[in-house]
Design a protein around this ligand. Sequence first.
Ligand SMILES: *[C@@H]1O[C@H](CO)[C@@H](O)[C@H](O)[C@H]1NC(C)=O
Ligand SMILES: *[C@@H]1O[C@H](CO)[C@@H](O)[C@H](O)[C@H]1NC(C)=O
Ligand SMILES: *[C@@H]1O[C@H](CO)[C@@H](O)[C@H](O)[C@H]1NC(C)=O
Length: 377
Amino acid sequence: MAALFLLLLAAPLFSCASVKINPLVLDEQVLWMSGQDSVFTYRIPLLTFTPKGSLLAFAEARKESARDYGSKFIATRRSTDKGATWSQMSFIRDDGSDLDGVNLGSVVVDEKAGTVILIYTVCFHLYHCSPASTMMVESKDDGLSWGSPKNLSLQIGVMNFAPGPGTGLQKRYEPNKDRLVVCGHGTIEGDGVFCILSDNNGKNWTNGAALKSIPFNQPKKLQDFNPDECQPVEMQDGSIYINVRNQNNYHCRCRIVARSFDGGMTLPIDDMYFDYELVDPAVAAAAHLKDGVMFFVNPSSEHHRVNLTLRWSLTNGKSWERNAFQIWHGPSGYSCMTSLNSYSGEDKKYIFIIYEKGKKDIDESILFAKIHLYGGL
Ligand SMILES: *[C@@H]1O[C@H](CO)[C@@H](O)[C@H](O)[C@H]1NC(C)=O
Ligand SMILES: *[C@@H]1O[C@H](CO)[C@@H](O)[C@H](O)[C@H]1NC(C)=O
Ligand SMILES: *[C@@H]1O[C@H](CO)[C@@H](O)[C@H](O)[C@H]1NC(C)=O
């Protein structure tokens, strides 16, 4: 009787969180292959779930060359069965033959409004064009169609702002519950991490936090402080953790972590730190919090974009579990990660990753991977 009682008492504790994480790639699919559909290179993958539980994948389709500038379209594919099958590619924006066209980007899901917002840049590199503009498109039908682009520079001012690349967030906790937070970086000399905020479901945006490079607005040298591409994550205490590319390898060849305790208004230097465990070759990486576990993906190498690795932290990113999981040993670049809210036991088991993967070069293809967190058991 006593044993039975103990068993019943213990049962609710035996949730996935107490089972050891031991990842396994359950399914892997090529979403884009460079050269396919007359596109030179696909790069900068983004991945999110919609409020209705569909998966949306995005990438820059670089039409003529692999360069960051040049003409592109924003490619998208959609899955209504959690990544088992995908729609044919369609495009959201096509910049025609612009010399410095669209660049991705940050995708943010507004659970309250039931919408998906994509924020991107045009003319980011000021290559035969001026000025750079921050643009937004919105889908009100689960990613099937997209409205006409809005020029956010009219609200936040004209600046070189490259959102993400990755996901923005909607605050679930106070302070500033329901706020949309999108973070990105400036360009070349005026680099740094900048966040833009909306308190009315993406209708109006204002400038929030800035963590500026040093020396700001001046040419950089090796090992200057130059925070760059970044991924914000809301923590369960309502603070925002931002995992940042350390462009000039200031202090270490590792990630910078910036934090905001006021809903994205400030990123105090006092709360910033270097995460020595997250060795990094200066690249856009993925971070995601699921059921209190922080996940991180990057090419884990000091000098090369190889060895795409999934790590996890049971201490809000303060330390990382030793048994990291290698997703791909070879060339690998930018990545983005998502999961479904764990309403069902089934959804607790999976995270979904999109990343740049190749045999010789990182930009050969864009892969989708469904990871079973307990699958290796
Ligand atoms: C966006 O608005 C700014 C500010 O008015 C303007 O300078 C820029 O040309 C606009 N960009 C586009 C793509 O319309
Ligand atoms: C929000 O933006 C619209 C234009 O898009 C403007 O008419 C309105 O005044 C703005 N509201 C606030 C509160 O700034
Ligand atoms: C891959 O990353 C893991 C985790 O950081 C590291 O232990 C390992 O040495 C790396 N392998 C290579 C070949 O860089």
